[in-house]
Design a protein around this ligand. Structure first.
Ligand code: ADP
Ligand code: GLC
Length: 482
């Protein structure tokens, strides 16, 4: 099949979170499975310099944006057979220090930037010479594409357009903009209604996608169920219930070419389930790197995260406040909310020999934390899929997770099956519940037998992409057969 994927971030070119990992890996895996794949994404600052093989495509186009016309230049790269990355070059929108914000403040023209990007996606879907047979868009930044395709099919002579699938990676970010942003779409008012792009008089880009996509997927089966409830529906559960027959939960895969412990350029010491000595060595190296006392027998807990409410930061802080009185270490790599950043800095001041925090974004350190820790904390309030708990499993680092979304779908707790346990789950969204889970992990840590059982089970768990790809293929095929 010929598939066009669109995303506002794609690893290794741009990334703020798991969306980039997911799209980078999905594109690669679909191409490996024999499909012809194009991935469209913005050309952000620095990409050309980091990927000198990138080439300008001899194809520029001007697209209407409300009353004005804006030009896009196209650049491209062919990382592997059957896979082409198309970069939309429009420096006024994308040559900036951040992807969506700077110093914690969103760019005020994000609506305009991603309406333009969505128009580029629809344009490529229509005019790319290899004629994509299926379009797959992701999150609010490309949420308007299904409506744009429909609009061109109904009124602008696009006969037989490809079906469009929308994947929701996070329902909490919907892309709300004032009513006048809708003018920039050049769509007819018919799409701006309660069962379309409109929410309380505003433009809601993700809602438009949910309303007009041919298929809707989200990134785990449990989150697919959760978002149809009021508790997790972020105000859109009613619409998702309406569209339930087209809503599918497909668990993300892990790109084990990148996330592994045997051939990993970011790790000093390679290791495997049969040779765990390297894991111990990585632990000591991590304690040194994070300037903690080097203590091989002190259990080391870690987290790598955007510092937002979603990730359960407040209960994590509460639980650590209590648990750091025990003989444990904690390391965090995170960026985001300045209040949370300050709270973690305070925690390190209170427990200078036990807690260490690195603020900012650091890919290498994220691998070293996964490898060096004994336990990984992911107490999310909600979690569409979550990748770090799956990375932890492969790195022999036992995840401690809350039973929500993809966390629940990927970790096995001893209460379900003691012989197959891979991690520790807790249900209540509270600091005491997390502290109790941490205490359970200390019991595991004390028993060489249990520690080995959890590690072996976790490292053997397989979330490779072929299963995920097969499920997307089913969705694509069913929509095309319509
Ligand atoms: P989300 O997409 O909600 O942030 P995921 O678990 O799906 O959560 O994916 C997060 C991805 O971003 C992982 O690859 C993780 O390692 C990475 N990440 C998050 N914060 C940082 C950071 N500060 N530095 C480096 N990588 C980070
Ligand atoms: C979002 C979600 C995360 C998911 C990722 C990739 O950022 O918050 O749970 O793993 O997308 O799908």
């Amino acid at each position: 099949m010929r598939i066009l994927l669109a995303s506002s971030e794609v690893h290794p070119y741009s990334k703020t979170g798991g969306l980039a990992d997911m799209i980078g890996a999905l594109g690669k895996a679909l191409a490996q499975a024999g499909h012809q794949v194009g991935v469209v994404t913005p050309l952000y600052r620095g990409i050309k310099e980091r990927f000198p093989q990138i080439r300008r495509v001899d194809w520029q186009f001007d697209l209407p944006l409300g009353g004005k016309w804006v030009q896009a230049e196209l650049w491209s790269l062919k990382p592997t057979e059957r896979l082409t990355i198309y970069f939309v070059h429009q420096p006024a929108y994308f040559d900036r220090a951040g992807l969506y914000n700077e110093n914690g403040v969103d760019y005020p023209d994000n609506g305009e930037r991603f309406i333009f990007f969505s128009k580029c996606v629809a344009h490529l879907a229509r005019y790319l010479p290899w004629q994509p047979e299926f379009v797959h868009v992701n999150d609010w930044q490309t949420g308007l594409v299904p409506a744009m395709v429909l609009h061109q099919a109904r009124g602008e002579g696009w006969g037989n357009p490809p079906p469009v699938c929308l994947t929701i990676h996070n329902l909490a970010y919907q892309g709300w903009f004032p009513r006048n942003a809708y003018e920039l779409t050049n769509l007819s008012p018919a799409y701006f209604q309660a069962e379309g792009a409109e929410s309380f008089g505003h433009l809601n880009c993700l809602k438009a996608g949910i309303a007009f996509a041919d298929a809707i997927t989200t990134v785990s089966p449990r989150y697919a169920r959760e978002i149809t409830t009021e508790e997790f529906g972020e105000g859109l559960d009613w619409l998702l219930r309406k569209r339930q027959s087209r809503l599918f939960g497909i668990l993300n895969g892990v790109d084990y070419d990148e996330w592994n412990t045997t051939q990993n350029p970011f790790l000093k010491h390679q290791y495997s389930v049969a040779r765990l000595a390297g894991k111990r060595a990585n632990k000591l190296a991590l304690q040194r790197e994070m300037k903690l006392p080097v203590k091989p027998n002190t259990p080391l807990f870690g987290a790598i995260t955007r510092l937002t409410e979603q990730k359960g930061i407040s209960i994590e802080l509460g639980a650590l406040e209590e648990m750091l009185n025990a003989d444990i270490h904690f390391v965090l790599l995170g960026s985001g909310g300045t209040d949370y950043e300050r709270a973690f800095q305070k925690l390190t001041q209170r427990f200078p020999n036990k807690a260490a925090v690195r603020l900012g974004y650091d890919q290498g350190l994220s691998h070293r934390i996964e490898a060096g820790c004994d336990f990984y904390l992911m107490p999310s309030r909600f979690e569409p899929c979550g990748l770090n708990q799956m990375y932890s499993l492969r790195y022999g680092t036992i995840p401690i997770v809350r039973t929500t979304g993809g966390l629940d779908d990927t970790v096995v707790d001893a209460s379900t099956n003691p012989r197959k346990a891979t991690g520790i789950k807790f249900a209540a969204y509270s600091a005491p519940a997390l502290a109790k889970a941490i205490r359970k992990s200390l019991v595991i840590y004390q028993s060489a037998r249990l520690l080995q059982l959890y590690r072996r089970n976790g490292m053997a768990a397989d979330f490779s992409w072929n299963r995920t790809v097969a499920e997307y293929e089913k969705v694509y095929a069913a929509r095309r057969a319509r």
